[in-house]
Ligand binder design. Structure first.
Ligand SMILES: [Zn+2]
Length: 449
């Protein structure tokens, strides 16, 4: 038994925690499924205790981030604040940088004999939503809000960093922690999401992790539970494409529409017609959602016909070939409707995410490790969703990916159940108690500790 192990046992014994038998483990990276016999019980106990101990800090950090939201690709203060926090925890390898970089921290475990590298990722950006709740930690900035839980993801990863750093003599291998910018939207100039930019900036190269983990809050799942996607499911989250539509007319007097060309009824017709693509042109076995969320007239008023209508929407699909066909059909349909009504239409689209598919073996290993940490009854099966996540791009760089949902709601009591992207979204504070320890635990398990 080495010295550091002996010290850890002493610490735990002093804290009055029962010591389970220690086990020497086979390497986890690319290894077989974990089972209680080959999992380090001491680390589990240690991480559970540390996660509970750091809970007030996790909660405070989340509330700080919630009060100070920044939009995608504008997260300058957030990046600075996160890096300062990491350094205050004693981490020395902390990098920040320009565009797309976010914060990258590296923690080297000190236990010899483990050489693997894995990554933990949190997203850090907020949304253009005006918070409606009156919580004491309500957003201090008008029209900006952490309504998708990225403040939660960041504060849990911060606390995981603290746990991993403080216990680094107890585990081996290398853990990269990535606080990623721009998950919600593509960069306005580069037209790429934060995950793509992080990869292009080499954040996950040298050393390259074999596996990367990410989590997302879920108000539908009770706090204390997690939801894992079905192993082998192709597309657990949807491919997301944003599209822009413009219908142009001429404008004119509101009292004499026949003398001009009014684009508004044509645009309205297009919005309705687009839904027939979903209802009539889509295989019911391949889910598809099309929503037009923005409809802005240009140049119109109560008695003046608009000259133009600009629309923006989102398309969610799971099959890439089908998506390509649908995008073509949208273009054909809107041009035909516009022409039939003496207007012109233009169409453009941008791929935000591809469908997210977890690595099957990693999904199995991670779910099994989560059961050991949280208890079998607290690990559920997550349903496929039409939400998108740019975490999907890490798989394209040859990393095994595993993404799961973490419960932040209290559905039984009807609390903390507001949906993501709504102005009353919030997380149950108790959902932060074990989440940092779970992140730390899943990473060290994958490293074979
Ligand atoms: Zn999100």
């Amino acid at each position: 038994m080495n010295n550091s192990r002996r010290k850890a046992i002493k610490r735990l014994t002093l804290a009055g925690i029962a010591m389970p038998a220690l086990s020497l483990l086979p390497t986890r990276v690319g290894g077989e499924n974990p089972s209680p016999s080959n999992t380090n019980e001491m680390l589990k106990t240690l991480f559970l205790e540390r996660s509970k101990a750091v809970f007030p800090e996790t909660k405070n950090n989340r509330e700080y981030l919630h009060r100070h939201p920044e939009l995608s690709h504008e997260e300058h203060d957030t990046v600075r604040w996160l890096a300062d926090k990491l350094r205050s925890y004693g981490l020395t390898e902390v990098q920040t940088g320009e565009l797309g970089v976010g914060v990258l921290a590296i923690i080297q475990g000190k236990k010899p004999g483990k050489s693997g590298v894995v990554a933990l990722r949190a997203d850090i950006d907020a949304l253009k939503i005006d918070e409606a709740s009156n919580v004491p930690y309500c957003s201090e900035i008008n029209d900006k809000m952490h309504a998708c839980g990225h403040d939660y993801h960041s504060s849990c990863l911060l606390s995981a960093a603290k746990i991993l750093h403080d216990t680094r003599s107890e585990w081996g291998g290398v853990i990269k922690l990535l606080f990623q910018r721009g998950e919600e939207a593509a960069h306005p100039v580069l037209k790429k999401n934060g995950a793509v930019l992080a990869l292009e900036h080499g954040l996950l190269a040298d050393p390259k992790p074999t596996a990367i983990f990410g989590q997302h809050v879920s108000p539908e799942l009770p706090f204390g539970t997690v939801g894992f996607f079905r192993t082998g499911e192709i597309g657990s989250m949807a491919a997301c494409d944003t599209f822009w539509l413009t219908v142009s007319g001429t404008g004119g007097h509101g009292a004499r529409p026949h003398r001009g060309i009014d684009p508004v009824p044509v645009a309205a017709q297009i919005v309705l017609a687009l839904q027939t693509i979903v209802s009539r042109r889509t295989d019911p076995n391949s889910p598809c959602v099309l929503s037009v969320g923005e409809f802005i007239t240009v140049g119109g008023s109560a008695n003046v016909l608009a000259k133009k209508v600009n629309m923006r929407g989102t398309l969610r699909t799971f099959d890439p070939e089908f998506k390509t066909r649908i995008l073509k059909e949208i273009k054909t349909m809107i041009e035909a409707i516009a022409a039939a009504n003496h207007t012109t239409a233009s169409f453009d689209s941008l791929q935000n995410t591809i469908a997210l598919t977890n690595d099957p073996a990693l999904n199995d290993r991670t779910r099994a490790a989560a059961k050991l940490f949280l208890g079998e009854e607290n690990v559920q099966e997550a349903e496929r969703r039409t939400g998108g996540e740019d975490f999907c791009y890490y798989a394209t760089a040859g990393l095994a990916t595993c993404f799961w949902r973490i419960g932040t709601g209290d559905p039984k009591n009807g609390q903390y159940t507001s949906d993501l992207h709504t102005d009353t979204f919030d997380v149950h504070p108790e959902s932060m108690r074990l989440a940092p320890g779970l992140l730390a635990w899943l990473a060290v398990c994958e490293l074979g500790n």
